[in-house]
Design a binder for this molecule. Structure first.
Ligand code: SF4
Length: 243
């Protein structure tokens, strides 16, 4: 039997094409998006807005991927850590930080990281793999499902991995977070250790979300020691790219 299509892995155009291929009108793609990203449907069978016949037909060829929370830890200051299991057995972390009426989720963009910052445990793993756009986005849906009726209000891409080193999937994830989940770009922060060529590619390619630089030192001498990326892209080039 051929593998089912994960509907969450599809971009809006791919999803429209998929529905069209099933002989369904375009508005069905909008309904499907709403059920996946707002109502957190975990399978086509849960989409009760569709007829039983359509649910069964979709269920035979497609599924809705969901990251599984394998561990949830709460600290005394209210911060919560979620360990998600991925389909290939790898794990990633997201951290929920409550602050008055804000609920900020720090999400991961890679399994492991190649940047090798000396103060970082993820860096010690090396890069295992890039996350797919849907795996980046699904950390938000996975947490929203657990904290209902509350919802994550702000996003920082500051978890495992260097987001700019997974540029294409991160850009696609940003687009989906804004248009499918409905989090404003002003409430999203992309963080980087300083991959300056990628910073320069942001305008025109990615939604203009906030940018944060993980600087950690004010001189090249110190930064070279603790963040190896600085040897390739020193502080001056980083500041120029930001400007
Ligand atoms: S870029 Fe971030 S995740 Fe990667 S090693 Fe440095 S601090 Fe860790």
């Amino acid at each position: 039997m051929s593998k089912k299509i994960n509907l969450k892995s599809l971009s809006i155009d791919e999803l429209s094409g998929f529905m069209e291929g099933q002989g369904l009108p375009k508005y069905r793609a909008g309904q499907l998006l709403n059920w996946m990203y707002v109502k957190y449907a975990a399978s086509p069978a849960e989409i009760t807005e569709f007829s039983r016949e359509l649910r069964n037909r979709l269920g035979e060829i497609a599924c809705i991927g969901n990251l599984v929370v394998v561990k949830r830890q709460r600290s005394s200051d209210g911060t919560e850590k979620f360990l998600f299991g991925l389909e290939d057995g790898q794990t990633i972390e997201s951290v929920l930080i409550p602050d008055n009426d804000r609920l900020t989720l720090c999400i991961s963009s890679q399994v492991g990281c190649a940047m090798g910052c000396c103060f970082c445990l993820t860096g010690k793993l090396g890069l295992i793999r890039n996350l797919k756009a849907w795996e980046i986005v699904d950390q938000i849906l996975g947490v929203n499902r657990l904290i209902m009726p509350k919802k994550v209000t702000n996003i920082v891409l500051m978890g495992m991995g260097e987001p700019m080193a997974n540029f294409k999937e991160v850009v696609e994830a940003l687009k989906r977070i804004i248009s499918f989940i409905g989090i404003s770009k002003r409430r999203i922060t992309l963080s980087t250790a300083g991959l300056t060529p990628k910073i320069l590619q942001l305008p025109g390619n990615a939604p203009d979300v906030n940018l944060a630089i993980s600087l950690n030192a004010a001189t090249d001498a110190v930064r070279n020691k603790i963040m190896p990326i600085n040897k390739k892209y020193p502080i001056r080039s980083l500041i120029e790219a930001c400007r």
